[in-house]
Every structure is written in structure tokens, then in C-alpha cells.
Design a protein around this ligand. Structure first.
Ligand code: SF4
Ligand code: SF4
Length: 485
């Protein structure tokens, strides 16, 4: 071999998955999926054996050539090795590329602004994590001036973007509908005159929806999610009114009315899974089949602000087991060309399909900032009202130095478990807010369920490979570009 020795397998750059009888290789640096041919598989096995036995890899590869019945010519073996070297699955002692090319963020790519329009909420959900949550009468409402300053800040920070998102959050955002109307009235002509697109979305508890409001949201093509935790017995465990009564009956009636008349976009349900609630399939079945939501997304709480509501380790394991059971149903439906709207899996498959390679876990602080009622800038909606210092405000602008320093700390993987993790470019250390709630430091990786996450991603890779083999038309139809129906 005309290559520098010694050859070594770079284990942290590959993840092997078996799909039926095929060997698949997940290339960690690029999140690409390859079917392993027999020769490449054999080379990988021999390199692995070489390390385990202390033999020189070259000796084992020479044995491969000399094996009785070996039909692989030397040039094919060399070509396969070169490809593995190129992918950095095998190293010949040279320096490996860095997953994170730069630890500095010189410019924001801000495309989303979250407006916390009112800290007040008309429900009193037991687990609610919002740190600035108030009863309706005490809610602090955002002024129109603050909202408009926030929109102008979005445009000033990232004039190069062509598409922007404005997200309304609370408390309960529909408890301050006039501000939402004012912002839309301001944005549509403002972005239109610049030749830019603006998209609106909100997550609501659904209780304040009226036909008039629904039709107005529909006209402006809002992306809507309704917070609903499943059938009555589950939903009413936590989602209660200020007076302590379950909100299921009201939310169901409102959701059904909304779903019967909302036309512009599919409507999703957002489920919060907390201590005592792990019935993933039952919840999905009710929300998707009985109520007709287009998709159902689950948010398992592992590190909320109220620790008593965190899922216990065994509960979290059961949630992921439920995800996999529901994932099997997703796969069965996908083989028949149907999408059953399990958005946690759908999003993972979309990332795999797009070859997602992220050095940061989400857009918070980079593509997205959340504005609280007073105009202070936070990493995302979950940090509004928290004790983490704000990163500027809508009047003085973004505190670039502090934000850059924060992001640089998370971009540094050296010395953390993430540096060699097989899902490092999909997880990237996990949610800042979970880290903050659990470790008091938003830059600390979320270590408490890494194994479950890795297993879930393996399941996603397997599912993706199976759909690719059995019904690739599903991928074209639903994942590329992402669609719900
Ligand atoms: S937090 Fe855990 S699962 Fe995520 S990248 Fe780091 S080590 Fe991997
Ligand atoms: S920090 Fe966590 S909650 Fe906030 S946007 Fe990122 S993933 Fe979501």
C-alpha cells in the first residue's frame, strides 16, 4: 500500500447500523448514510480487529488479499481504503478535520424573533416552566413600541435574510390579541416593501380562540400549535384553570372548531410529558386519530424549573420506548405512503435526509432571539424572566460580545463527552435551557440522557434506511421539502 502507516479506524466518525441484512454506515462528520459494500465492511472489521489484537492493520489487509477465494483485486482494496481515508473513517496519522471549523461567531444570522406578548396566562398548568409566568390580572404586556423595535432590530441585525419568522409567545399569547394584530399590520407592508417574506406562528392553550380570531389567523397564514396533553384523564392531570378545574373539555371543543375551519396550514398539537405521564401512543392516538391534528410533537421534561415534574430516569426510558413503538407505526404507515404526523421522528428523519450538521443545538442566540415584555433579549422563549442576564435589549441593540462569548463556549467541545459522541452533529450538547435548569450553566452539555438520545438517533437512522429501501417515494413526498400531508 502506498499509504502512510499506521492505519487506524476513527471510531468516533462512524456509527454502524444493521438494517435487515444490510450493513449501513452513518458518517458522523456529515450525518450521511452509506450502505456498506462487502469489501468496505471487511476492511472496517479488519481494522477494528487490528486495534483489538495489536496487529498492524497492514498485515490484516495483506491477509485479505491473500485469502483463498479472495476476488478483490489490490486496486479495489486501495480504492476502498482511500475512500475511507477521505471520509476520515480511517486515519493514516494525519491531522483530522475539526467538526467545528470556527469557535467564533462574528455575525448573527437572525431570522426569527420571539415576542413574549404577555407574561399572563388564563390557565394554571401545574408543571408550567415559564419563569416569568403571572396570573392573568398580573400579566405584564408588551407594548406596541417594544414589539416594533424588536421587528426593526431583526431587520437591522440581518438585512441579508430573505425570510423572517415572528413568533408570538406568552404566558398565553392570545391573552394580548391586539398586540398580535398590531404587529401583523406593521410587518406585512414593512417586509413587503423590502421584498422579504415574513411568517407568523404561535403556540396557544386554545381556550381563547374564537371563530373571528381563528379566521383572522388563517387569513395571515399563522403556523399554529395547540398545547394539549392527550385524552381527558391525561390532559387534566396538569392543565387546569386558575380555579383548579380541568381544561380538557374547553380545549377539545376549541381545537375541534379550529381544525374544522383552519385551511391555510396544518395545525399541530404540542404535548408536554412530565412526571407521571409516559403514555406516548395513547396520547398520539387521541390527538391524531380522534381529534384530527396534522402532527403531534412531544416535549419530554427532563430538567424543568420545577424539579418535581421532571420525568424520572425510568419514566424517560419508557417515553423513548414509546417513541420507538410509535416509530414502528410511523414506518408501517410510511411504507404505505401515509404520514402519521409523529413530529419528533419526522423531524429527526428530515435532519438525516438533509445531512444535518450542526455545531450548535438550536438556533437560540444565533438565528433566534426572544424579546421579553420589557424589550430585553434572551436566548429563546424559555429564558425570558430567568436569572440568566439578557443579551441586550431592543433599544440599545444586541450585546454582541457577550452573545459571541456564550456561543463560543458551547462551540468548544474539547474535553467534553460531545467531542467524540456519535450524534454530536445532531445533538450538539443539547438544549441550553435544560443545561441551565440542570447544571446552572447553559453551556454545559446535557449529559443526563445521552444514551437514550443515541439509541433514538440509531432508531431514526434505521427507520430512514428502511423507508429509503421500501418506499423512497415517501421521502420525496414528505421529507423533501418538508411537508405534513
Ligand atoms: S450531550 Fe450527550 S448525546 Fe449530546 S452530543 Fe454531547 S455527549 Fe452526545
Ligand atoms: S435552548 Fe432549548 S428550549 Fe430554547 S430553543 Fe434551544 S432547544 Fe429550544
Amino acid at each position: 500500500m502506498n499509504m502512510r502507516a499506521p492505519l487506524n479506524l476513527v471510531e468516533h466518525n462512524l456509527r454502524e447500523i444493521r438494517v435487515d441484512n444490510a450493513r449501513m454506515l452513518f458518517h458522523v462528520p456529515t450525518s450521511a448514510l452509506f450502505a456498506l459494500d462487502a469489501l468496505t465492511g471487511s476492511l472496517i472489521d479488519r481494522l477494528r480487529a487490528a486495534r483489538a489484537t495489536g496487529q498492524a492493520a497492514e498485515t490484516l489487509i495483506a491477509q485479505l488479499l491473500a485469502e483463498p477465494g479472495s476476488t478483490d483485486p489490490a486496486e479495489d482494496i486501495e480504492a476502498a481504503l482511500r475512500e475511507l481515508l477521505l471520509l476520515e473513517i480511517v486515519s493514516d496519522g494525519g491531522t483530522l478535520s475539526d467538526d467545528v471549523p470556527s469557535r467564533r461567531v462574528d455575525q448573527l444570522a437572525l431570522s426569527t424573533i420571539v415576542l413574549n406578548v404577555n407574561t399572563g396566562c388564563n390557565l394554571n398548568c401545574a408543571y408550567c416552566y415559564k419563569e416569568d409566568l403571572d396570573k392573568p390580572s398580573a400579566g405584564k404586556k408588551m407594548s406596541k413600541e417594544t414589539a416594533i423595535n424588536a421587528i426593526e432590530l431583526l431587520l437591522a441585525e440581518s438585512p441579508q435574510e430573505t425570510r423572517y419568522n415572528v413568533v408570538f409567545f406568552g404566558g398565553e399569547p392570545l391573552s394580548h390579541p391586539q398586540l398580535i394584530r398590531d404587529v401583523v399590520d406593521y410587518c406585512e407592508p414593512r417586509f413587503g416593501e423590502l421584498g422579504k417574506t415574513v411568517d407568523f406562528s404561535l403556540t396557544t392553550n386554545g381556550t381563547l380562540l374564537t371563530d373571528t380570531l381563528t379566521d383572522w389567523l388563517d387569513t395571515h397564514r399563522f403556523g399554529l400549535s395547540i398545547s394539549m396533553d392527550g385524552p381527558e384523564a391525561i390532559h387534566d392531570r396538569n392543565r387546569v384553570t386558575i380555579g383548579g378545574h380541568g381544561s380538557y373539555a374547553t380545549v377539545r371543543a376549541k381545537a375541534e372548531r379550529l381544525l374544522s375551519r383552519y385551511r391555510s396550514r396544518p395545525v399541530g398539537a404540542r404535548v408536554t410529558l412530565t412526571h407521571g405521564t409516559t403514555e406516548v401512543e395513547r396520547i398520539w392516538d387521541h390527538l391524531f386519530n380522534d381529534l384530527g391534528f396534522a402532527e403531534v410533537g412531544f416535549a419530554p421534561v427532563t430538567a424543568g424549573d420545577i424539579r418535581a415534574f421532571d420525568l424520572a430516569p425510568a419514566e424517560l426510558a419508557e417515553v423513548f420506548a414509546g417513541f420507538k413503538r410509535l416509530g414502528q407505526r410511523y414506518l408501517a404507515a410510511a411504507q404505505e405512503g401515509r404520514n402519521i404526523g409523529f413530529s419528533n421522528l419526522h423531524q429527526l428523519l428530515t435532519k438525516l435526509h438533509e445531512g444535518h450538521k450542526a455545531s450548535l443545538p438550536c438556533g437560540a442566540g444565533m438565528k433566534m432571539l426572544a424579546v421579553d415584555h420589557a424589550g430585553d433579549l434572551n436566548l429563546c422563549h424559555r429564558f425570558t424572566g430567568s436569572s440568566l442576564p439578557a443579551f441586550g435589549n431592543v433599544r440599545a441593540g444586541v450585546a454582541h460580545a457577550a452573545l459571541g462569548e456564550f456561543l463560543a463556549r458551547r462551540l468548544e467541545r474539547e474535553g467534553t463527552g460531545c467531542a467524540t459522541c456519535s450524534i454530536r452533529n445532531l445533538c450538539s450538547g443539547g438544549c441550553y435551557h435544560e443545561s441551565y435548569a440542570r447544571y446552572g450553566d447553559p453551556t454545559h452539555p446535557v449529559y443526563h440522557y445521552c444514551e437514550l438520545m443515541r439509541d433514538w438517533v440509531d432508531f431514526g437512522i434505521e427507520t430512514y434506511a428502511r423507508i429509503m429501501t421500501r418506499n423512497p417515494a415517501f421521502i420525496d413526498l414528505y421529507l423533501s421539502p418538508r411537508r405534513l400531508h
